[in-house]
Write a protein that binds this ligand. Structure first.
Ligand code: PM9
Length: 462
């Protein structure tokens, strides 16, 4: 199936449908004004095609829905926990499992277990919630991704790679004892859903082992990463996605997971570890923040759905169609001349707002503006991934100014059809044609933490 020239088709048929509402321009003007130009503050019922995120928005299979009926809702020792633990061991290979309500629950516990105030955590680009928990635990995040990752036009096949020289420079500067772990994401969300190569991960692992530094994987989209390794890295073309996933994890000491992405569920996550001592501490902390260590904030039925999702996620026909859909949209936009991040990522197509709206300076929030305008144009909801998401510098209080100023068109798994994709492309192209008339924004309300979720904006006049 994977080598044939024939195009992919969804490896499922539709059994249940959820109606969509098409709104008028006037309705969208009002909704966006009420939402303070922040797509996170729109009501879902005012959205036509929802490309805000692929997080928790996936369609579960009939097997997963059937699994919900097998939920063992015992407070302690749920059978579904043991099934989840077995699935994580089999497909990810880690020894110990701490379930959490979602990814950031795992990030919180991991950060508290491993970080001491004054530590440094290097990573292949920041992720919003991951860095927030590292900083709340007293660490400074240091970006050690390769330079190409910050260039939306670079065609590097593995823009998620760690720059070992940058990593080594940090370790030499602060000392290995101040670096509890390296945070490695697969794929890298903020770089445009870009993969890390197996070779690079192996080198990071060897380097860290020699220095006594742990490697922690953000496994949220590691299955998508495995697909790119299979497609792009020599020696992996005949390996299964499941084998590549196991090998990926084997170079790391543990993983945080938001099951709401790769694992095809609407809620759920976990922390997985190999080291017994860290596990003991994490298992103790989870009861403070999430719930008992055999449910971690999840219902038994949620754990069952996630255990089944783990198996479905690595099916080759599934992952091929999932990434094929994103590539289809990206390719059509490229053909229309719309500036997007290349190579096309795993979970989303990222519009390059800097090139889309070159007349807007970064302080006028081009990506936030573009996401709002796309909604006004078409009812399609996307997400800002630029200066708003990057937050403020903790020392100077000024904005962080990321090189990437992007709007993410994120595709939930198994939810939208090719016709929805076509409408999305047509809407973006129409917006691109009238781009010069678009005005920027000013921020009128800024929350203290993870401001992109709740900040409010007004249109700049003139
Ligand atoms: N990612 C996303 O839309 C959900 C909201 S944050 C804007 O991309 C990675 C790589 C993620 C991620 C969430 C989390 C946190 C960790 N790592 O949302 O807490 O993409 O389950 O996971 C979002 P939770």
């Amino acid at each position: 199936m994977t080598t044939t020239k024939r195009s992919w088709a969804e490896p499922y048929k539709i059994k249940m449908v959820e109606p969509l509402r098409v709104t008028t321009r006037e309705e969208r003007e009002r909704a966006l004004r009420e939402a303070g130009w922040n797509t996170f503050l729109l009501r879902s019922e005012d959205v036509y095609i929802d490309l805000l995120t692929d997080s928790g928005t996936n369609a579960m299979s009939d097997r997963q829905w059937a699994g919900l009926m097998l939920g063992d809702e015992a407070y302690a020792g749920s059978a579904n926990f043991y099934r989840l633990e077995a699935a994580v061991r089999k497909f990810y290979g880690y020894k110990y499992l701490v379930p959490t309500h979602q990814g950031r629950g795992a990030e919180n516990i991991l950060s508290q277990c491993l970080i001491k105030p004054g530590d440094y955590v290097p990573g292949n680009m920041y992720f919003t919630t991951t860095r927030a928990h590292q900083e709340l635990a007293g660490a400074t995040f240091v970006d050690v991704i390769i330079d190409e990752a910050h260039d939306p036009t670079s065609e590097h096949p593995f823009k998620g790679n760690v720059d070992l020289e940058k990593l080594d420079a940090l370790v030499k500067r602060v000392g290995a004892q101040k670096v509890p772990y390296v945070s490695v994401a697969a794929t890298v969300n903020m770089a445009g859903g870009q993969p890390i190569s197996m070779k690079n991960l192996r080198e990071v692992s060897e380097y860290c082992r020699a220095k006594g530094i742990k490697v922690i994987l953000d496994a949220t989209r590691a299955v998508e990463n495995a697909w790119f390794v299979k497609r792009r890295e020599k020696g992996y073309e005949h390996k299964s996605v499941a084998e590549i996933l196991r090998e990926t994890c084997s170079y790391t000491d543990g993983a945080t997971m938001s099951g709401k992405k790769d694992l095809l569920v609407n809620i759920g996550g976990f922390l997985a570890l190999n080291d017994e001592k860290t596990f003991e501490e994490a298992r103790n902390l989870v009861v403070v923040y999430e719930g008992l260590h055999t449910y971690g904030g999840l219902a038994g039925r949620d754990m069952e759905a996630m255990a089944r999702g783990i198996e479905e996620a690595v099916e080759e026909a599934h992952i091929r169609a999932r990434i094929g859909q994103v590539e289809y949209v990206g390719q059509r936009l490229l053909e229309a001349g719309v500036p997007i991040v290349v190579p096309i990522g795993g979970h989303a197509v990222f519009l390059d707002a800097t090139r889309f709206l070159p007349h807007l300076p970064q302080v006028a929030f081009p990506a936030q503006t573009l996401a709002g305008e796309l909604y006004l144009e078409s009812g399609i909801r996307a997400m800002e991934r630029g200066i708003v998401s990057a937050g403020r510098n903790r020392e100077t209080g000024d904005h962080n100014y990321p090189k990437l100023e992007l709007v993410r068109l994120t595709f939930p798994r198994r939810v939208y059809t090719q016709a929805h994709c076509d409408v999305t492309v047509e809407s973006v192209v129409e917006l691109y044609e009238r781009r010069r008339s678009i005005k920027g924004l000013r921020m009128v309300y800024e929350p203290k933490y993870l401001r992109f979720f709740q900040a409010r904006f007004d249109r700049l006049e003139g």
